[in-house]
Design a protein. Structure first.
Ligand code: F6P
Length: 325
């Protein structure tokens, strides 16, 4: 096994608070082990076009507390092609990069798996997505911050909902996953949670509204973006049609969920997996995502990390039903 001399680090896909803390951890750990680091800008897209340069300990100063990603991020169509990946590999060789750490989610690791089959370059992934929808880690970098952003917003909406005695349908992010909606729904005291992992959501919601207390001043319904009925506006339309007496409003939280200072939990998670990524490369590991499961560092092959099989804990939905009496 050739000794690693220069690790390329990049962020890819949707940004997530804590990505900067992860970049910092990778850079500082590599330097600690006397390995050079190359920062690749704009994810795979920047890799294809050679947007990369050396990083030192100062280039990651004062970023642990910042949201977004200093390396920028992108979703790359070019990297989905054989020619694009060849260009990316040639740029890595040209810049002396002989190992990679990619911070991202599903698309990032799908690209990493294919690249690893085509080219012999050790590649380690770190889970960076607010959606928490990766196998092989209890939490992804950005999820904790995002759910706290959601709670902050929903608490504010609750104030006005209570004053006006309204029913609010609130949409949160999660194109393929209801994990943001599920946890924040419990924390916000929601009446019901509608997520892509469950079927017949509208029927269940109507049932809930029928059986629930009619005298409540405010009602909150949490909806994940990828929910089967088509999102909060469609659900709002159907609720208004069936219950014209409810004063119903729809609120879509959108991209505020992806921004902001990372929480303490996200900074620590990012720092731990960032250190572990470099140590994994030094130990000869590749083709794996580093996560933390039951407080231990774990290694999950890329193909298992991206399966979209993160199970929904049915107890969470039951808790909502019991507590929203
Ligand atoms: O980062 C994942 C995610 O938050 C999804 O839940 C959401 O559908 C998507 O990003 C939206 O991202 P964009 O607006 O950047 O395409």
């Amino acid at each position: 096994m050739a000794q690693i001399k220069n690790i390329g680090v990049f962020t890819s896909g949707g940004d997530a608070p804590g990505m900067n803390a992860a970049i910092r951890a990778v850079v500082r750990t590599a330097l600690y082990h006397n390995i050079q680091v190359t920062g690749i800008r704009r994810g795979y897209e920047g890799m294809i076009h050679g947007e990369m340069g050396p990083m030192d300990r100062k280039s990651v100063s004062n970023i642990i507390q910042r949201g977004g990603t200093i390396l920028k991020t992108a979703r790359s169509d070019g990297f989905k092609t054989v020619g694009g990946r060849k260009m990316a590999y040639n740029q890595l060789v040209k810049n002396g990069v002989d190992a990679l750490v990619g911070i991202g989610g599903d698309g990032t690791f799908t690209g990493a798996r294919i690249f690893g089959q085509e080219y012999n370059i050790p590649f380690i992934g770190l889970p960076g997505t607010i959606d928490n929808d990766l196998q092989g880690t209890d939490f992804t970098i950005g999820y904790d911050t995002a759910i706290n952003t959601v709670i902050d917003a929903v608490d504010k909406i609750r104030d006005t909902a209570e004053s006006h005695e309204r029913l609010f349908i609130i949409e949160v992010m999660g194109r393929d996953s209801g994990l943001i909606a599920l946890r924040t729904g419990i924390a916000a005291g929601a009446e019901a949670i509608l997520i892509p992992e469950t079927k017949n959501n509208i029927t269940a919601l109507f049932d809930r509204l029928e059986r629930g207390r009619k005298d409540k001043a405010s009602k909150i319904v949490m909806v994940a973006e990828g929910e089967e009925a088509g999102g909060a506006f469609e659900i709002g339309r159907q609720v208004k049609e069936k219950y014209p007496n409810y004063d119903t409003r729809v609120s879509i939280l959108g991209h505020i969920q992806r921004g902001g200072r990372p929480s303490c939990m996200d900074r620590v998670l990012a720092s731990r997996v960032g250190v572990a990524a470099v140590e994994a490369l030094l130990a000869g590991r590749k083709g794996e995502m580093i996560g933390i499961t039951h407080n231990e560092i774990t290694y999950t092959p890329f193909e298992h990390a991206v399966k979209h099989h993160v199970d929904i804990n049915p107890n969470f939905l039951k808790i909502v039903e019991i507590l929203s009496l």
